[in-house]
Design a protein around this ligand. Structure first.
Ligand code: GDP
Ligand code: MG
Length: 395
């Protein structure tokens, strides 16, 4: 990862510079207002400083990958600078690399045999490292990573780096640590015994369980040519049953409505010839213990191979903690985050993954069935967490 600092009259201009220099995939690490140093600076207009990073790799492949709008990248097809500019940029980078090496060499030569001065330089670089750590810590917290987790990952990254490490080394270390914490997402497994894979979705009301189930059903049916059976145990509201029936009708697949654990077992048996059985449930009131007992019995009766706890990325950490408590009766489950399109920050994903240790799976990115769903992309989530989105507004 390559990191550079840009100063311009305003944010737009700074971003333009970033794009010209680093390309459209550049990641903004930090923006702040700065004034010229010295007495004159007091009277000068503030400038905008932008700290930006880019993967050498992602820059090369940027054009091959579709841009996904809800992640903070600066995708813009017009940003592909022409060949000359590209060459100039490469040369500039090479020169600044050489400058840096020279500077370090000079320091080394000057400090040889002068321990006090050497210590001063070491001190200086330690300050630099802790300054860099704070920038990243602040970004993580702004992106709603739990401060405790943010502190832990930044400390871990700092500990692994030499005192002279700069922002690019820190970004690379942090990316590695966060990606490791997010783990490898696990989606619905293939059946290998000819029996259907049975999947049940649980979670609070309104997070998007039914919509997500419809997206998965449609994808299995249309893209993977699999046979699908639907079951709904959400009989609290007539509208909920109708919603799933409508999707089933459009897709031309069967749906069973079940009220009791016995009916659940029967419905699952009915679909023994399918490749995939998707089961919808009702959200429960956190205050009502009996409702959770009911849900527990339904989950058990379904004999589901996989349970997905569906959570909205817009839910606060405090509420998520409550929700997790309510669903702690589940033996095992995977985390499915919806509505990532409704929030610019994805800290909740890392927080909940860290707290539960459960695998990530899919994330959903909008209301549109069947398109707005994807396997959680650890790389994109990591970038979202480390980067500083332009939340502070332009100018
Ligand atoms: N913006 C956005 N809305 C979503 C997403 N998933 C579901 N919704 C909307 O959330 C609302 C509730 O969805 P529904 O599937 O009925 O939630 P359920 O009560 O958990 O079954 C509906 O208006 C959906 O269109 C998503 O990924 N993004
Ligand atoms: Mg529903």
């Amino acid at each position: 990862m390559k990191i550079r600092r840009y100063v311009a009259k305003n944010t737009q201009e700074a971003i333009l510079k970033v794009k010209m220099d680093l390309g459209s995939e550049a990641l903004i690490l930090n923006t702040r207002k700065v004034r010229k140093k010295g007495l004159l600076g007091l009277f000068s207009k503030p400038m905008t400083e932008v700290l930006a990073a880019v993967d050498e790799y992602s820059r090369k492949t940027a054009l091959a990958e579709p841009a996904i709008s809800n992640y903070p990248s600066l995708s813009d097809p017009a940003a592909g600078s022409d060949e000359k500019e590209e060459k100039i940029t490469i040369l500039e980078n090479k020169i600044s690399g050489i400058e840096e090496t020279l500077r370090k060499l000079c320091e080394k030569v000057l400090n040889e045999g002068r321990p006090a001065a050497a210590a001063a330089v070491a001190d200086e670089s330690k300050n630099l490292k802790s300054g860099v750590s704070e920038v990243f810590y602040n970004n993580l917290v702004k992106n709603e990573v739990d401060p405790e987790i943010a502190r832990k990952v930044v400390n871990a990254a700092t500990a692994r780096l030499p005192a002279s490490a700069g922002a690019s080394e820190m970004a690379a270390q942090l990316s590695g640590i966060i990606a490791g914490l997010l783990g490898k997402p696990e989606t619905i497994k293939e059946s290998n015994d000819g029996k259907p894979v049975t999947v049940i979705f649980v979670g609070p009301t309104g997070v998007g369980k039914t919509t997500t189930l419809a997206k998965i059903a449609a994808n299995y049916l249309l893209n993977r040519k699999k046979s699908v059976g639907l079951i709904t145990a959400d009989t609290y509201r007539i509208a909920a049953v109708e919603q799933l029936k409508t999707y089933a009708e459009i897709l031309g697949i069967p749906v069973s409505v079940v009220y009791t654990p016995v009916e659940m077992k029967e419905a699952v048996a009915l679909y023994s010839d399918k490749d995939l059985i998707l089961i919808d449930t009702a959200g429960r009131s956190q205050k009502n213990k009996a409702q959770f007992e009911e849900l527990k019995a339904l989950v058990a009766a379904s004999g589901a191979d996989e349970v997905y706890l569906v959570l909205s990325a817009t839910t606060s950490l405090k509420n998520c903690r409550e929700i997790l408590k309510s669903y702690s009766f589940l033996n095992d489950y995977k985390l499915l985050f919806t509505k990532t399109d409704e929030t610019p920050v994805l800290g909740i994903i890392l927080n909940i993954r860290y707290m539960t240790g459960k695998s990530l799976s899919y994330i959903t990115t909008g209301q549109s069935v069947p398109d707005d769903i994807e396997t959680a992309n650890v790389d994109k989530i990591t970038k979202n967490l480390i980067g500083s989105y332009l939340r502070d507004g332009p100018g």
